[in-house]
Write a protein that binds this ligand. Sequence first.
Ligand SMILES: [Cu+2]
Length: 300
Amino acid sequence: MHLSAVALALVLAGSKVSAHTTMFSVQVDGADQGDGRNVYIRSPPNNNPVKDLASPDLAYNVNGGTAVSSFVKATAGATLTFEWFHNTRGDDIIDANHKGPIITYIAPFITGNGAAPIWTKIAEDGFDGATKLWAIDKLRSNGGKVSFVLPASIAPGQYLVRQELIALHEADAIFTANPARGAQFYPSCVQVEVAGSGSVVPGENFNFNTGYTYADPGIAFNIYAAFTSYAIPGPKVFDGAAAPAVSSRAVVGLTTPPAVLTTLSTVTRTAEFSLATGPGPVVAHTTRTARPTLHIRAAK
Ligand SMILES: [Cu+2]
């Protein structure tokens, strides 16, 4: 799409007229937790997307590295509903030309910006070949609300739940080749305090800055060409099970803990880390070779 003079003027007039989106609130098993912006949501200053896959903002948006004061309280196994909006709650949510998936990740709570291998995918919705509807289409028709289940097996504690919309309307171009275009990421991060009797700390250890690439078929995607399916980026959805036991430790000489461990406030003191040489998180749509997996486990 070329920017006409009128469109350019509108863009320059500011985000008020842009067609973007941001998160308003959370429901826990249908109970509205109220306006969460800068309360339990690490809200960005505006509803603009992130497009640079090298940016730490890819984890949970501009300002996401600043913790907020509250946590949504939920029991493992609860249904969480995240509500998005465009400019005003309940409006058009996001422009109708924004097509793409909605993906939800979880990580142990940290106060930093989340640009680290700490994430596990817990829900995803892409393109339905039967109905021809994208997850974002369904979000719009559902008043900006999208629901998912907090895995029943996860251990009590404080977490970050990151949900992102990926808008593909300019994703036929690669951002690094044309910074005016490229896939648009709308990540938002909610602080959640989980109760229950689970014991699993999800351990996919996904890192957005290295796990998402411009070559990813779910990120470089032309919605204007004919297609019948769409490969959602990132690892497989977490199956609820604990990470497999590590059979051989310290196979790779690692004398210094990775930097991420020093930022994981909840696990730093007794973090146990080890390297497995088996395959990393399985990625459905690529043929990645085996790579080390970092297992981070909070010792009680
Ligand atoms: Cu937009």
